[in-house]
Design a protein around this ligand. Structure first.
Ligand SMILES: *Cc1c(COP(=O)(O)O)cnc(C)c1O
Length: 366
């Protein structure tokens, strides 16, 4: 079977050495030495500062909102944040969880990121933040979004779960916004089994977030409302091992990605990656002509034990519990026609050609 992705498993001996160290120290969590080491190594690998490791990418979003004051836990007023419907559910559900209403704004038909020209009309006196997503690692129009945020005094939190290692204009994409959040879930290109991080623009926000992830406790005092979102030492050990082997794993993924792109790019719609993005080859999404065609490809691949995935689907403006009346047509259209194809570092090129042939045989007219 060819799965949609395979979690990367690093060298076992090296992982064992880290685990031996954890046993010797008997320090399992609460900002242990491996969490500290991973923090420093990620800051230097990514070329950023003010990185905080957390237990997963969803809590990374929630803690980022809290640290930046975007929360309505006391339900004192209606708060809104403008976000995209073309993303994983956690981007919007994490807002709802904080009592903030996600207001969906449509995406650009080519980049699949928030269309900056549609953001301003959604801003009301309740709007506190913009939560854009660097979809599949493509860069949002960070400059336009920054201009809008400054003009209306809004915070910007990028969901950068797909954008690990991506640079924009030779600078980490994570350096844009008041905060950018990462997911280190097992299926992401860099992972710590479960895990995540927040990169803050300002150190004072990092300091506030450090309290939030540890129950709001400072020394013996309970300083403020917090939660438990700490990364543990076993997660950090996995992260350190995966980071050591990341470059070679990314090289193989790039080869898979380029092979797909060459074979499929002239027949189907691919994402338009910003020319100044240095990409990470995390996903290979393809948009077909119709919903029926995408479904047919999905089924034919499945009959051949090849697992593609409708992702992102559905467009989040159609999720019942958000109770959205006004739908976003471009997001709905792309979501109904998109498939992500298998991509992982050990996927062989003959396997890629096989997948491509199955797709062509079922979609291309003579
Ligand atoms: C994976 C993902 C998340 C959630 O991350 P977890 O670590 O699984 O909680 C959030 N947003 C996007 C866009 C993601 O792909």
């Amino acid at each position: 079977m060819i799965p949609i992705t395979k979690p990367y498993l690093p060298n076992r001996e090296k992982l064992n050495q880290y685990i031996d160290g954890i046993y010797e120290r008997n320090w399992l969590t609460n900002n242990g030495p491996l969490v500290q080491e991973l923090t420093q190594r990620l800051e230097s690998y990514l070329g950023i500062e003010n990185l905080l490791l957390v237990s997963n990418g969803t809590l990374a979003l929630q803690v980022a909102y809290r640290a930046l004051g975007i929360t309505n836990s006391d339900q004192s007023e209606r708060l809104e944040a403008i976000t995209t419907p073309f993303t994983f559910i956690a981007t919007a559900s994490s807002l709802k969880w904080e009592g903030v209403d996600p207001i969906f704004s449509d995406i650009d038909a080519n980049t699949w990121c928030l269309d900056p020209d549609q953001i301003e009309e959604k801003i009301t006196s309740n709007t506190k933040a913009i939560v854009p997503v660097h979809v599949f690692g493509n860069a949002c129009d960070v400059e336009a979004i920054d201009t809008i945020a400054q003009k209306h005094n809004l915070k910007v939190i990028y969901d950068a779960a797909h954008a690990f290692g991506v640079t924009f204009k030779d600078k980490s994409l994570l350096s844009y916004g008041d905060a950018a959040t990462l997911s280190f879930h097992a299926t992401k290109i860099f992972h710590s089994i479960e895990g995540g991080a927040i990169v803050f623009k300002h150190e004072k926000d990092l300091e506030r977030a450090k309290k939030v992830i540890n129950f709001g406790i400072v020394g013996p005092e309970i300083d403020s409302l917090g939660i438990n979102a700490k990364m543990n030492e076993f997660q950090a050990a996995m992260g350190l091992c995966v980071l050591d082997e990341l470059e070679s794993s990314l090289t193989s993924r790039a080869e898979v990605w380029n092979t797909y792109a060459k074979a499929l790019g002239s027949h189907y719609q691919l994402q338009k990656i910003h020319p100044e993005v240095q990409y990470n080859y995390a996903y290979f999404p393809v948009v077909f002509d119709t919903d029926e065609q995408a479904t047919q490809v999905l089924n034919v691949l499945k009959e051949n034990d090849i697992i593609a995935r409708r992702y992102f689907y559905p467009s989040l403006d159609t999720v019942d519990y958000f109770q959205i009346k006004e739908h976003q047509p471009i997001s709905k259209s792309i979501a109904s026609r998109i498939l992500c194809l298998p991509i992982y570092n050990t996927l062989s090129l003959p396997e890629v050609y096989n997948i491509v042939n199955k797709i062509h045989n079922n979609t291309l007219k003579e």
